[in-house]
Design a protein around this ligand. Structure first.
Ligand code: PEP
Ligand code: MN
Length: 285
């Protein structure tokens, strides 16, 4: 641990308060236990058939959790807004069929109690990273929280957002780097992999990376997934769709099931190689 952490404004997420890395349990899966977690699924839940079919394929490929948005934060009010509670119901059916824990975004405090009846981990989206009433509300639950970094948030602002959740008593927080706004326009966002070792140094919370939103272009996703793991990330969250060209949201950044399968092979090889030495000590010691 570096000396710089002592004067930081966050106390509970600070590694000096908790030197051991936190492992967050979601269903029967552990995030941050040294082997990479892979969360996969479509950007949006589009239909019962779609989510049940993709969940089965993802399970076969070795994914650990299923993602899918039922409440979608869309730039345009005319774009598909998600199926709401019906989408959560379909996700729960997919969990029933596959055993995969489900991760889904909650956008407001009003839908939180109902959403908690269905989902295993609550995603706080980039646009809501500084929605303090929502952070406090998820902090009052016992559900694991996947806290995405805001579009233009500094690492310190992001960790302060996590601090809100821990401060309400919920320490099951998984951070998620999903790319930030920069002057670059060749990709949707700039995936800030600097954040991985920095967050590992400053906090005890696990961090996963979302290369799908980070680059926004499916063919760059495998390279940045491997880069994220090499940087020390505890896992990945990836958008996968049966037919990306007809997806109701984020098709351009979604992998096909075959591309996901090929990426999983690489992730598994990497994990086996990583097992042969003590990564945390060698990267951050
Ligand atoms: C998503 O996961 O589909 C999503 C909307 O992510 P973000 O909040 O990172 O943009
Ligand atoms: Mn998306």
């Amino acid at each position: 641990m570096s000396k710089q952490v002592a004067n930081k404004p966050y106390k509970l997420v600070n590694r000096s308060a908790h030197p051991e890395s936190t492992v967050v349990r979601v269903g029967k899966h552990f995030v941050g236990d040294g082997s990479p977690t892979v969360i996969a699924g479509p950007c949006s839940v589009e239909s019962r058939e779609q989510i049940l079919d993709i969940a089965e394929q993802l399970k076969q490929c070795g994914a650990h959790m299923l993602r899918g948005g039922a409440y979608k934060p869309r730039t345009s009010p005319y774009a598909f807004q998600g199926l709401g509670i019906e989408g959560l119901e379909y996700l729960a059916q997919a969990r029933e069929a596959t055993g995969l824990p489900i991760v889904s975004e909650v956008m407001d405090t009003g839908s939180l109690p109902a959403a908690c009846e269905y989902i295993d981990a609550i995603q706080i989206g980039a646009r809501n990273m500084q929605n303090y009433p929502l952070l406090r509300a998820v902090g009052k639950t016992t559900k694991p929280v996947l806290l995405k970094r805001g579009l233009s948030a500094t690492i310190e602002e992001w960790l302060m957002a996590a601090e809100y959740i821990l401060n309400e008593g919920n320490s099951n927080v998984i951070l998620c780097e999903r790319g930030i706004r920069t002057f670059e326009t060749a990709t949707r966002n700039t995936l800030d992999l600097n954040a991985v070792p920095v967050v590992k140094d400053l906090t005890h919370l696990p961090i996963i990376v979302d290369p799908s939103h980070g680059v926004g272009i499916a063919r760059y996703v495998p390279a940045m997934s491997m880069a994220a793991l090499a940087a020390g990330a505890d896992g990945l969250i990836l958008e996968v769709h049966q037919t990306p060209e007809t997806a109701l949201s984020d098709g351009q950044q979604s992998l096909t099931p075959l591309q996901f399968h090929q990426l999983m092979k690489r992730v598994e090889h990497y994990a086996a190689f990583q097992d042969s030495f003590d990564t945390e000590a060698s990267l951050y010691g």
